[in-house]
Design a protein around this ligand. Sequence first.
Ligand SMILES: [Zn+2]
Ligand SMILES: [Zn+2]
Length: 412
Amino acid sequence: MIMDCTQYVGKCSCGRTHELETKKVVVEYGALNNFEQYMADVGLKDKRRAVVYDSFVYHLIGERHLKADQEIVLESKGLRAEDVLIEDMMTKLDRPEVIVAFGAGTIMDFGRYPAYKLGIPFVAVPTLASSDGFTASICSAIINGQKKSTRMCAPALVVADLDIIQGAPMRLVSSGINDILAKYISLADWKIAAMVAGEDYCPMVAGLADEALQIMRAAADKMAATGEVDHEAMTMAQMKSGLTMQLWDNSRAASGAEHLMAHLVEMHPPRFESAEGIHGECVGVGTYAAIREYKRIGKLTPRAKAFEPLTSGWVMEKFGERLYDGIMKENEHDVLGTFDPQNIVDHWDEIRAIIDEIPSSEEMAALYEACGCKYLPEHVGIDPALSDEMLPISAAIRNRLTLVRMERVLEF
Ligand SMILES: [Zn+2]
Ligand SMILES: [Zn+2]
């Protein structure tokens, strides 16, 4: 399947003009056979080209190396995306006009970061599809010693060859399913925030995220029923979800209360020291927990409660000294204090209708089981005794309006 991205670009009914750096996304078996044609389609064929691999992928793909003016093969053992390592690689670059990153997420940052710094385009050739980051503009490299998401640039072209992607380990397939099924929560959170707090919302961008969700849900159902993995559908779902982050200039459509669980696991606050999992797995735990919580409060009727900022005592207790300053700063201008909590109560019937559209926790648990997805806290090294606390704690990590965060101004 080839996606021409221009269909999403331009003036939109939401009032914004949407832009995409990504011109074309190719998700096909044997896609690399036509790589030069795709490069020509986006005007990059004759540009001086550096292609970056890690040594594992370089050997794995055998004869399928791309034509290059310069090849860079990084030792895969211990390779991590970190600014000092990327800048060291940049000193070896021989005046490229385009960088092609061939590999998994780590290698993407070795393409994205230099391309951004040099002001040249980059092209992504993903070898797996375990998350929706490939078509996004977010760099996840460690910068100044801190792992965080930094907005940089998105690939001008993505060429996903399913002959390679289908060889990815099943754990990564399952993780990829989780990252997209998360949209049940992220889309509900966005809709509710727009309704009660007047947050900007775009039906087209939300629609694209929902399309990714429906494609992935159908593929997961098929996998659950037959064991068959539809790599084309699953990869396309990742690509579409990633595009929403470019179109909206942030991850609103793709990341809600559930994604904060992945941040929680990465941050290792007190009592979460042994938490460990790849992105989609942690997101799956967040999604399932949020579904259970939303279904629970959907049955109740809330009263509004006055907004109170997070107390320094609570933040210190939950996050400890190491993370305290960052969490306090993030919550300095708490989005909860920007609207009347009564709005939530006044819209409760509509909120309940949104919650009703989310599949039940029983349905999701069965689907997760059948697809080998992680979804319980103990699957990612979190003590099940922290089940009730992990959502409110993770909600403090990012000042984004989610239904979990809204519970601070509600009484049931
Ligand atoms: Zn729009
Ligand atoms: Zn994600």
